[in-house]
Design a protein around this ligand. Structure first.
Ligand SMILES: CC(C)(COP(=O)(O)OP(=O)(O)OC[C@H]1O[C@@H](n2cnc3c(N)ncnc32)[C@H](O)[C@@H]1OP(=O)(O)O)[C@@H](O)C(=O)NCCC(=O)NCCS
Length: 192
């Protein structure tokens, strides 16, 4: 399913995105809280990231969406929804990554909100969760701005900032107070 927000088009990633994905993960600032700054090898993207996203898309209508600027800037990063393999409840994990030049304009919040609408209204999730390093304040702020609340804290060896935090948004909270605030336009249902 493709989505449109005010400034972005979200469409499933394809093999044509390999170069852009490799380039995105080559920026140490982007990867700071993901891998300690290390780039992702091209073969990991080709042999693992993209096939897994495609399998998710086919099985659950989830997976990874390329975030394309509706203006001239093109590929800005990606957003993902994943159904945890061993979970017995209808829950989805949200994640995201944007090129550095796109940061600080509210784009992650805008796209993540659109994915919340899809998660609850189209994919029948009853919980969406996301995890990040505790020190990743911008990612945590995105989670807070879309209405998520802290659901777990895993302490690291050097105290809380080296640990991880998990945030969640429950269907009940979404329906009671957040749904009306999030608007997006569905463009094409590629899985129909
Ligand atoms: C996390 C990420 C997607 C956020 O994207 P973004 O488009 O800049 O996010 P938004 O602009 O929607 O919101 C960012 C918020 O964090 C805030 N922020 C940024 N740096 C911050 C910091 N050091 N401390 C506190 N808040 C911070 C911004 O002010 C903004 O909040 P505001 O709207 O209340 O002012 C982007 O930084 C990124 O791709 N990071 C690298 C990959 C990554 O860490 N992904 C998450 C891993 S789980």
């Amino acid at each position: 399913m493709d989505l449109e927000t005010a400034r972005l088009r979200l469409r499933p990633v394809t093999t044509a995105d390999v170069d852009a994905l490799v380039d995105l993960d080559r920026d140490p600032a982007v990867m700071r809280f993901v891998s300690g700054g290390h780039a992702t090898p091209r073969e990991v993207i080709e042999d693992w990231v993209l096939p897994r996203a495609e399998a998710e898309r086919r099985a659950n209508r989830t997976g990874m969406w390329a975030a394309i600027d509706r203006g001239p800037a093109g590929f800005l990063g990606w957003f993902a929804l994943r159904r945890p393999r061993h979970s017995s409840r209808p829950e989805l994990e949200l994640s995201y990554r944007l090129r550095r030049e796109a940061w600080g304009r509210g784009l992650a919040t805008e796209a993540a909100r659109a994915l919340m609408v899809m998660s609850f209204d189209d994919l029948a999730a009853d919980r969406v969760f996301a995890s990040t390093m505790a020190a990743n304040m911008s990612s945590r702020r995105v989670m807070e701005k879309i209405g998520m609340r802290i659901s777990a804290v895993r302490m690291g060896d050097a105290g809380q900032l080296s640990g991880e935090v998990e945030y969640e948004l429950l269907r009940a909270h979404w329906e009671s107070s957040l749904r009306g605030r999030s608007r997006h336009r569905r463009v094409v249902d590629l899985t129909a």
